[in-house]
Write a protein that binds this ligand. Structure first.
Ligand SMILES: *Cc1c(COP(=O)(O)O)cnc(C)c1O
Length: 395
């Protein structure tokens, strides 16, 4: 369903925009992925780790208290917050780490901004028994000490990046340079449905298990498919992960972006809502840029939504009208963060709180016989310091 063409394009979006010298590495990855994705031995090993290590399948939980409080459509939560490590990210890093091993690579590299992808990569690399090095800007290392220490505990080596703004985009450049130099031994593990083909397709294939489980679970509980599926969108991996299985059905799919301080303020991460087309990090998609093509700095209270690009498949689905796009501000996400914690006893990741807020707004307007499934992409333990500060609470 919804396969890109042989150039990795979803009609106009996607492709491989990388320097010529990187093409052999990308092609080797494409071959490796194609070969192993259908290999029963690989699938068996991945399924083993997804079940025994990651804790899948995750529950589809009927949020009874929230539904009763809001009044309107039934709200279900797909509990990716219960995946080992606290988010959906491990589904992808496990898949790629095991692929790296099959491809005979000795070393995994990754880059990370807030550290969440770095931690998920370190976990998967440890489980797969393969060496791991994570590029991180010195600015981010300073801001994310806890995640740096976590990676260190799991035996991942942090490589500080001191060029440019010393943040994620500089770390990405350095990781690319490393891959180029060490392609024989090294696997570059990307964390969302972004980057040059085959990454957007591959990450989707590793995340689509969320939707496959969800379909069985909702049919089991309600006897019919849901009316709506709502997920937050940073790069788009949890959104495509839960949505892919339903692309051919009469289910409305909704992606919720970071409205930050309001789209008019210019401080946001709402790429699909407010971006224009261009090339970023190897793919043609929507992005936040000025009229000269310079990338604008994105902003969100949720680190995972703070990215000026978005996956090409989502740009395509949004343009086609198959994916509805909304945005939720920092303040609204904080409100949903508090609400879900209070009424359900579930502290959501700030990213996921964006989806929760929008789902609640939708539910209010809908009849009680409608159902909405929210992808609860992660748990909020990582966010308590940021939330406390935003609420003026001193810890
Ligand atoms: C990283 C992250 C996201 C955003 O990434 P996607 O690729 O858009 O899914 C959302 N939620 C959580 C909890 C995350 O850690």
């Amino acid at each position: 369903m919804n396969m890109p063409d042989k150039h990795g394009k979803f009609i106009e979006y996607g492709g491989k925009f990388a320097p010529e010298v990187l093409m052999p590495a990308i092609e080797e990855l494409e071959k490796g992925f194609k070969r192993y994705v259908k290999d029963p031995g690989f699938r068996k090993e991945l399924d083993y780790y997804l079940k025994e290590f990651a804790g899948r399948p995750t529950p589809l939980y009927y949020a009874r208290n929230l539904t009763e409080k809001v009044g309107g459509a039934k709200i279900y939560l797909k509990r990716e917050d219960l995946v080992h490590g606290g988010s959906h990210k491990l589904n992808n890093t496990l898949g790629q780490a095991l692929l790296a091993k099959k491809m005979g690579k000795k070393r995994i590299i990754a880059e990370t901004g807030a550290g969440q992808h770095g931690v998920a990569t370190a976990m998967a690399a440890s489980a797969a028994g393969i060496e791991c090095e994570v590029y991180m800007g010195t600015e981010d290392i300073e801001r994310q000490k806890l995640n740096v220490f976590r990676m260190d505990l799991m035996d991942a080596k942090i490589i500080p990046v001191e060029s440019g703004s010393c943040t994620l985009k500089d770390a990405i450049n350095e990781a690319m340079r490393d891959w180029l130099t060490n392609v024989e031994t090294t696997y570059y593990l990307i964390g969302s449905i972004v980057g040059p083909h085959p990454y957007p397709l591959m990450v989707r294939e590793f995340q689509k298990i969320i939707g496959e489980e969800t379909r069985k679970q909702i049919i089991d509980k309600e006897g019919v498919l849901p009316d709506y599926i709502v997920a937050c969108v940073g790069g788009g991996s949890n959104a495509i992960g839960i949505s892919h299985e339903f692309l051919g059905d009469e289910v409305e799919l909704v992606g919720v972006e970071a409205g930050g301080k309001g789209i008019e303020s210019g401080e946001h991460g709402a790429t699909l809502s407010a971006g224009t087309s261009g090339v970023l990090h190897g793919t043609y998609s929507k992005l936040l840029q000025d009229k000269y093509g310079q990338i604008n700095i994105s902003y969100s209270i949720a680190a995972g939504l703070d990215y000026p690009g978005v996956g090409p498949e989502l740009s395509y689905l949004a343009e086609k009208g198959r994916l509805k796009v909304a945005s939720v501000t920092d303040d609204e996400a904080l409100e949903a963060f508090k609400l879900l914690s209070r009424v359900e006893g579930i502290v959501p990741a700030l990213e996921s709180a964006h989806a929760v807020y929008h789902a609640v707004e939708m539910a209010k307007e809908l009849d009680e016989d409608k159902t909405i499934i929210v992808n609860l992409s992660g748990r909020g333990d990582k966010d308590v310091f940021v939330v406390a500060e935003a609420l003026g609470v001193k810890l």
